[in-house]
Design a protein around this ligand. Structure first.
Ligand SMILES: Nc1nc2c(c(=O)[nH]1)N[C@H]1C(S)=C(S)[C@@H](COP(=O)(O)O)O[C@H]1N2
Ligand SMILES: [Mo]
Length: 318
């Protein structure tokens, strides 16, 4: 028997976005003649007005890919940003986000509590670099993209956490006037994510300000977002407005909604199926390719040590 899910977060990717609808939307775009000229007039999915500069940044060659880079238009028009709605097709709605100025608060168990504009914050975190990373959404789609940004460890250092601080609790803006999804009261806004200080200090953890050598498009999380390539995509929180250092394990947005499906750790592992679908393979955006999913999304050599005492805990992979 087919039970119709009543809550949107209980719907798998295939239900949310039947491929037919997606393809249809693309052909509508093409049919409207959204070619070069219209796109140049501010309709490009990646047009932004962020003040963060330094694009493109030099590429850090340490991070290589086992697959082609995802088409830019795919990665910037097929996005998850529930603040603007539960479909993947929110890139136009996200244009309402005002990212300049953009205040970020760093607080909690730190010596350097500060409320600072994102551009000024970046100025204090050193030079930006580009990294090619794989990205694996818990819904079993994936992409491979060049992010621009700085290691998150630099922000940890800048904040100067107290010895007792164990976690970073990271929050997205909350402005229902701008983000229609935030008028839906059944979600526990604002979007929150959490990681341990050790995870934040891991060299892979990245504070991204851009993609494809340009400032971050709003729909991808302008002006700054997290990128944690060894974890399911929902941990990579967008449009960060607050980072709180704490000794309490943060409760995240998705964990609050569905603790059995979206846990605190959320490390990628094909051996542990999602309660409602398999995690064995992933669909590469913009292609028909299905690739095998790899434990820690292929980043085991960087992150295994973080979890060596917890390997037996199923919770590590939800
Ligand atoms: N604030 C916020 N951050 C978010 C989300 C969201 O809905 N809101 N979606 C997450 C999910 S499920 C994924 S897969 C990635 C998607 O990033 P992308 O749209 O840039 O590919 O962002 C994550 N960060
Ligand atoms: Mo996701």
């Amino acid at each position: 028997m087919l039970i119709r899910p009543s809550r949107p977060w209980e719907i798998s990717e295939n239900d949310v976005t039947p491929e037919s609808v997606y393809l249809n939307r693309r052909s509508i775009l093409t049919g409207m003649g959204l070619g070069g000229a219209a796109l140049a007039a501010g309709m490009l999915p990646n047009s932004v007005s962020a003040a963060i500069t330094g694009f493109p940044a030099p590429r850090n060659g340490e991070f290589t890919l086992d697959r082609p880079i995802t088409d830019e238009e795919e990665a910037t028009t097929y996005t998850n940003f529930y603040e603007f709605g539960s479909s993947k097709n929110i890139w136009r709605k996200a244009k309402r986000l005002k990212v300049d100025p953009w205040m970020v608060t760093i607080d909690g168990m730190v010596e350097n509590e500060i409320r600072i504009d994102a551009t000024d914050l970046l100025g204090k975190l050193g030079g930006q670099e580009e990294r090619l990373y794989r990205h694996r959404c818990v819904e079993a789609w994936a992409m491979a993209v060049p992010w621009t940004g700085v290691p998150l460890s630099r922000l940890v250092k800048f904040a100067r956490p107290n010895a007792g601080a164990k976690y970073l609790r990271i929050e997205t803006f909350n402005d229902p006037d701008i983000a229609p999804g935030q008028r839906q009261r059944w979600y526990p806004w604002p979007y929150v994510e959490g990681i341990t200080i050790e995870e934040a200090d891991n060299m892979l953890a990245f504070l991204a300000t851009g993609i494809y050598g340009k400032p971050m498009p709003k729909q991808n999380g302008a002006p700054i977002r997290l990128v944690l390539p060894w974890k399911y995509g929902f941990k990579s929180i967008k449009s960060i407005s607050r980072i709180t250092f704490t000794d309490e394990k943060p409760m995240s947005f998705w964990e609050e909604l569905q603790p059995r499906e979206y846990g605190f750790w959320a490390n990628v592992n094909p051996e542990y199926d999602h309660p409602r679908w398999s995690q064995k393979t992933e669909r590469m955006l913009g292609t028909k390719d299905r690739l095998d999913t790899i434990k820690y999304n292929g980043y085991g050599e960087w992150v295994e040590d973080l979890y060596k005492d917890m390997e037996q805990d199923r919770k590590l992979f939800f």
